[in-house]
Design a protein around this ligand. Structure first.
Ligand SMILES: C[S@@+](CC[C@H](N)C(=O)[O-])C[C@H]1O[C@@H](n2cnc3c(N)ncnc32)[C@H](O)[C@@H]1O
Length: 272
């Protein structure tokens, strides 16, 4: 079975790219000397800053940001960006009129976010333990970060706790179908799930493209785990989207595979 090699990951792991021929991606288990995803993201912070900031390098710039922004309600009193990384979405939200607080577990990424935008407060914190009062925000976004947190139920609970009643949590994650398997190589490839879709597992996708390397550390979780975490946190799903890669973002026809299966899953949820 020949899976992966030029499959793609990009903006985030589990094969996200969809169209850049010069991408190689290798999926590995978590290194034995690392206990948590949080630690992996701390180690790989410099790689991520270079990757996330390279112009048009990943799906964020090519289509995913705009797809996600169309899911969000308009700016209210306070927007939390949970797992903000080096802050690119926080900066875009601020430009759209949101008053943003950015949160990330990596001190290096938080410092980079702060350096790039002195007007937006940046907090170093675990999504599973937010140093914020109950009901402080009317919008929380977690863009491509919840597949990377160690404790999903706690992160969902914390996001719900800091929302005001009537507030919303908007999430983009690697689609659980995507993280369960990989496309084979070659024309019109089959998508293969070698392991079990229903089993949670940590993995690292090492992706190289255009002279940059990124190691994306994530957990594959079946969809049921996400829905249970959000439901147990008291959130109601308003929208669920499985956006296809748009035609304009496909730079090569062979990559139409990502119009057959979803790279990402989007959820908009209400705290009643
Ligand atoms: C794929 S990056 C996404 C960053 C940003 N949202 C973006 O799209 O540019 C995932 C982010 O989740 C953060 N992260 C991982 N575990 C976390 C945790 N437990 N609490 C807060 N942030 C975490 C990582 O440090 C990293 O910045």
């Amino acid at each position: 079975m020949n899976t992966s090699s030029s499959s793609e990951s990009s903006d985030v792991h589990a094969s996200d790219d969809a169209d850049v021929a010069a991408t190689t991606s290798l999926r590995r288990p978590m290194p034995a000397d690392v206990d948590t995803l949080r630690e992996m993201w701390r180690r790989n912070a410099a790689e991520w800053i270079a990757w996330a900031r390279a112009p048009m390098h990943d799906s964020y710039w090519r289509f995913h940001r705009d797809q996600f922004l169309s899911l969000l309600p308009s700016a209210g009193a306070l927007t939390l960006d949970i797992g903000a990384g080096e802050g690119r979405l926080s900066r875009d939200l601020a430009r759209l009129g949101h008053r943003v607080v950015a949160i990330d577990a990596s001190p290096t990424l938080a410092a980079a976010a702060r350096d790039a935008d002195h007007a937006t407060p940046v907090v170093v914190a675990d999504a599973a333990n937010l140093p914020l009062r109950d009901g402080v925000a009317d919008l929380a976004v977690a863009f491509m970060s919840l597949q990377d947190v160690d404790d999903l139920p706690a992160a969902a609970h914390e996001a719900a706790r800091v929302l005001t009643p009537g507030g919303r949590l908007c999430v983009a994650i690697v689609h659980p179908l995507n993280s369960a398997g990989q496309f084979e190589t070659g024309p019109d490839p089959r998508f293969v799930i070698d392991g079990a879709y229903l089993e949670q597992r940590a993995y690292v996708d090492e992706v190289r493209r255009n002279g940059l390397t990124m190691r994306f550390a994530s957990i594959h979780r079946p969809l049921e785990q996400y829905i249970a975490a959000f439901g147990d946190a008291g959130l109601l799903i308003e929208r669920l989207r499985e956006p296809a890669v748009p035609d304009h973002a496909l730079r090569s026809p062979e990559r139409r595979q990502w119009q057959r299966l979803p790279l990402f899953l989007h959820l908009r949820m209400l705290k009643p």
